[in-house]
Design a protein around this ligand. Structure first.
Ligand SMILES: *Cc1c(COP(=O)(O)O)cnc(C)c1O
Length: 368
């Protein structure tokens, strides 16, 4: 039996009856760009995130960019973020004209090490972007405290953390803004590209709404130079259907992670992911393990029909895209170690107990 890394077909099969009429509604109303289906989803998603406002945009990358621009961040500014993340976090900073400043991650949580943030702050720093990697929130209390003392914004990159909780608070609700991706493979995935920014700040929300629609509060009256960053109507309709299932899907992921952990307890040489004491809900976008012989293990799993991935093989400071920053190997040792030994195992709500047992048995066979 093959075990895929993720199975979007299985999820769609369980939703066919709900998705079809939702899409038909968009067609019947020709509500294709922004519009009522996006607005309905925004309202429900804001409430799910314990936030006052949600602004739907075209992707998670765009959500980060729109949030940064909405806060007035641009050329000459610096924004601190984790060095081990998907490159979109840094790209969004770069495309405002600001400069990303990387900080190493914590070896247990895999998220930005709050103890290292203050050393990276300069008089140009305007914001911190903690990334809630793999579905577990970064240690937000010290981050919010540092931000407050230095008068900085906190923008949460919650692209992997829809529904995650830190001391009872939902991802996206704690910072000035929280940015989500609805890329099809995320815990809440669209049927195309989509993203959203959530915030408690009405003024920021209004600014971002205005910006995503060519800076017009009224048609053809452009109060500022904006952009076309609207969410597509079909995506709003699909996401609103899927949002109702997200709590169940996240619970299923959590149960799968628990079973993986239990089964791996008897396997030497495998480090399983830790849930930090401040974590109330880890939503396991990714189930990461650390092993010494990563490439050989992945090849062995592939021979057994088991898919796996790496998130991520190269930390941002060693990417060619950021070579001009002048970093070198050794600058961020924790992230570098993580990138060399991390493997993502199959994880999605519809994964079965047998599939999990098969994955663990294969890893064990490799380790023996
Ligand atoms: C997926 C992802 C993004 C980008 O989202 P897109 O919708 O693909 O643009 C940003 N940050 C992180 C951490 C992600 O995982």
């Amino acid at each position: 039996m093959n075990v895929p890394f993720l199975d979007l077909k299985a999820q769609y099969a369980s939703l066919r009856e709900e998705i079809a009429p939702a899409l038909q509604g968009v067609l019947d109303n020709t509500a294709f760009a922004g519009g009522p289906y996006v607005a309905a989803f925004e309202k429900n998603f804001a409430s799910y995130c314990q936030a006052e406002h949600a602004v739907g945009v075209g992707s998670g990358t765009e959500a980060l960019w729109v949030a940064l621009l909405g806060l007035g961040i641009g050329p000459g500014d610096e924004v601190i973020t984790a060095v081990n993340t998907f490159i979109a976090t840094a790209e969004a900073i770069s495309f405002t004209g600001a400069t990303p400043v990387f900080v190493d991650v914590d070896a247990d949580s895999f998220n930005i090490d709050a103890n290292l943030i203050e050393a990276a702050i300069t008089d140009k720093t305007k914001a911190i972007i903690p990334v809630h990697l793999y579905g577990q929130m970064a240690d937000m209390d010290p981050i919010m405290d540092i931000a407050k003392r230095h008068n900085l914004h906190v923008i949460e990159d919650a692209a992997q953390a829809h529904g995650a909780e830190y001391k009872g608070k939902r991802a996206g609700s704690m910072g000035t803004a929280g940015c989500f991706s609805f890329y099809p493979g995320k815990n809440l995935g669209a049927y195309g590209e989509a993203g959203a920014v959530v915030t408690q700040d009405a003024e920021l929300a209004a600014k971002m709404r205005n910006f995503r629609d060519h800076g017009q509060a009224k048609k053809y009256h452009h109060g500022m130079v904006g952009w076309n960053a609207r969410m597509d109507g079909f995506q709003g309709a699909v996401l609103d259907v899927k949002l109702k299932h997200l709590p169940d899907w996240n619970q299923a992921r959590h149960n799968h992670a628990r079973l993986y952990n239990e089964l791996f307890a008897g396997v030497d040489g495998v480090t399983t992911p830790k849930e930090m004491p401040f974590t109330d809900t880890h939503v396991y976008h990714i189930y990461p393990i650390l092993v010494a012989q990563r490439e050989a293990l992945m090849a062995f799993l592939q021979e057994q029909g088991i898919a796996s991935g790496i998130h991520y093989p190269i930390p941002l400071h060693l990417q060619d895209a950021y070579a001009a920053m002048g970093h070198k190997a050794g600058d961020f040792p924790v992230a570098e170690r993580l990138c060399a030994s991390q493997v993502s195992l199959p994880m999605f709500a519809e994964l079965t107990e047998n599939q999990i047992k098969q994955v663990v048995a294969a890893v064990q066979q490799f380790m023996d």
